[in-house]
Design a protein around this ligand. Sequence first.
Ligand code: E4P
Length: 218
Amino acid sequence: MKFFIDTANLAQIKEAEELGVLDGVTTNPSLMAKEGITGTDNILKHYVDICNIVEGDVSAEVVSTDFDGMVREGEALAKLHDQIVVKIPMIKEGVKALKYFSDKGIRTNCTLVFSAGQALLAAKAGATYVSPFLGRLDDISTDGLNLIAEIRLIYDNYNFQTEILAASIRHTMHVIDCAKLGADVMTGPLSSIEGLLKHPLTDIGLEKFLADYKKGNS
Ligand code: E4P
């Protein structure tokens, strides 16, 4: 399973990269705004800054909603750096843009996916990644993990190569459950990755090992 961090915060991206298990970054316009990154030039520069910190894929989202606009924006984003993956919303014009980019060999991440039907369409259009938002489904009392399982089944039935990028991850159990279900990638906050580290028996065991070592070596 690949680990992506879902933020535009450079300090957090560096911290995750230093852990040594980071495979990429996802961003969206809300995450960029949260960091105060505004204006086309600053936004494009920020994507390059992120690419210079991590070795893996960096999703950069278009803000146009028409085919021509998405193509124009996506081509400019893809030219920025070879790590850039163009993030396209799951709307009708977006499906056309996914197919266009797929035919041109430009990698894409189909975002805002909330149903198995949308995921099927994204795969048919040749998306590199599909992003089902499981946390946002959980927020409205709908089983987000069930969507991951449905997409896994459908993609395996037809051997689709589109990778399932479990998005809108809120906590560590989401990461573990997605791994059990065979999601190819998770993207979430650094806390959801760091939570994997924690077990009280590890802390108690280490404390005892160090105390015993100290007794025999002081
Ligand atoms: C995915 O690429 C999105 O950026 C993200 O996971 C959305 O998560 P949220 O529901 O926590 O905003």
